[in-house]
Design a protein around this ligand. Structure first.
Ligand code: F6P
Length: 353
């Protein structure tokens, strides 16, 4: 068995753990070899690769980033892209690819499958927005980093009786925001799934601070937005792949809060800190389980599948099922678990909660 392996899209903690696990199991359990392509599909298109064996993977388990490099380049961006991928399959005598990626990369793996290129998907992203799996690896680390940051921001906010707005990543979903908000005891958490009314946010914060030396932490997901027309929103640029480059809602919201309430408000944008560095133990284990499962799936010829976590079992699902819908925040988690801890409406019995 010969497998091509690539890590694609934005990096995330645990990529190296997947590589290490797939290589180990392909080599030692199935007697095969792994060819590692550099910078995702760029390496396949340009024949830039490295041989991957157990020796090459020593010491990488706790390392953030990816030893293979990554990019958002996809074969379908080029007229001859699919032919070049097929040529790489021939040249390296590959049975297929293990594609470690997020929604965009897995959609590409699905399309390549339809065009006759064997792929197995491994769900990667700090955003946790991939369908058909309860968890992507990298998400736990991002939540952990965001929670630690919120803990730290609490103490400085409390010393100054300030509001601090913390902007977290997550693209078009609020999984990181909701989890970190609950874990960090946020005063409010705003997510893309539920557009917010800045008037309500400010009224609640003003009521909480009225007559009290309190601090507040407002967690806002980078993809969150206010109800249309209620406040100025950031102008988002579009990157070379047509994706909105998010970031800025935290600053816009902080200006709105300070302007409307008069309470001193600061902003912290966590950005790529959430993606860098060593994975948590949970992500190392999940990434290792996914890497092992991907190698076994390749050995079984289960092309077109993605490894997924369902009820603490790693299973195979059709990759098409995973990318057909964006996995959004469970309304019950937001409304029933996070919201009771938000600053309450003015006039409520306990305005300080
Ligand atoms: O998808 C992962 C992610 O970190 C998003 O949360 C974020 O919007 C985006 O990637 C940032 O991408 P880039 O690395 O191109 O700035």
């Amino acid at each position: 068995m010969r497998i091509g392996m690539l890590t694609s899209g934005g990096d995330c903690p645990g990529l190296n753990a997947v590589i290490r696990a797939t290589v180990r199991v392909v080599e030692r359990r199935h007697g095969g070899q792994v060819v590692g392509f550099k910078d995702a599909w760029r390496g396949v298109l340009e024949d830039d690769w490295v041989p991957l064996d157990v020796e090459a993977c020593r010491g990488i388990l706790p390392r953030g980033g990816t030893i293979l490099g990554t990019s958002r380049i996809q074969p379908y961006q080029y007229d001859d892209g699919v032919d070049l991928v097929k040529a790489a399959v021939e040249r390296h005598q590959l049975d297929g690819f293990v594609v470690v990626g997020g929604n965009g990369s897995l959609s590409c793996a699905r399309d390549l499958g339809r065009d006759g290129v064997n792929c197995i998907g491994v769900p990667k992203t700090i955003d946790n927005d991939i369908g058909a799996t309860e968890m992507t690896f990298g998400f736990d680390t991002a939540v952990h980093v965001a929670t630690e940051a919120i803990d730290r921001l609490h103490t400085t906010a409390e010393s100054h009786d300030r509001i601090i707005v913390v902007e977290v990543m997550g693209r078009d979903v609020g999984h990181i925001a909701v989890r970190a908000g609950i874990a960090g005891g946020a005063t409010m958490t705003l997510v893309p799934e539920f557009p917010f009314d800045p008037g309500e946010v400010c009224a609640r914060l003003a009521a909480r601070h009225e007559g009290h030396d309190y601090a507040s932490i407002v967690v806002v997901a980078e993809g969150a937005s206010a109800v249309p027309g209620s406040m100025p929103e950031p102008d988002y640029e579009v990157d070379q792949f047509g994706h909105r480059r998010l970031g800025g809602i935290g600053n816009a919201l902080a200006a709105e809060i300070e302007g409307r309430t008069g309470i001193e408000t600061r902003v912290t944008t966590l950005g790529h800190i959430q993606r860098g560095g060593t994975p948590t133990a949970f992500d190392r284990v999940l990434a290792t389980r996914y890497g092992v499962a991907a190698a076994d799936a390749a050995a079984d010829g289960a092309w077109g599948s993605m490894v997924a976590l369902q009820g603490d079992q790693v299973v195979r699902v059709p990759v098409a099922d995973a990318v057909d819908r964006l996995k959004t925040v469970d309304p019950a988690l937001y409304h029933d678990v996070a919201e009771p801890f938000f600053a309450p409406w003015p006039g409520s019995a306990d305005p300080a909660s």
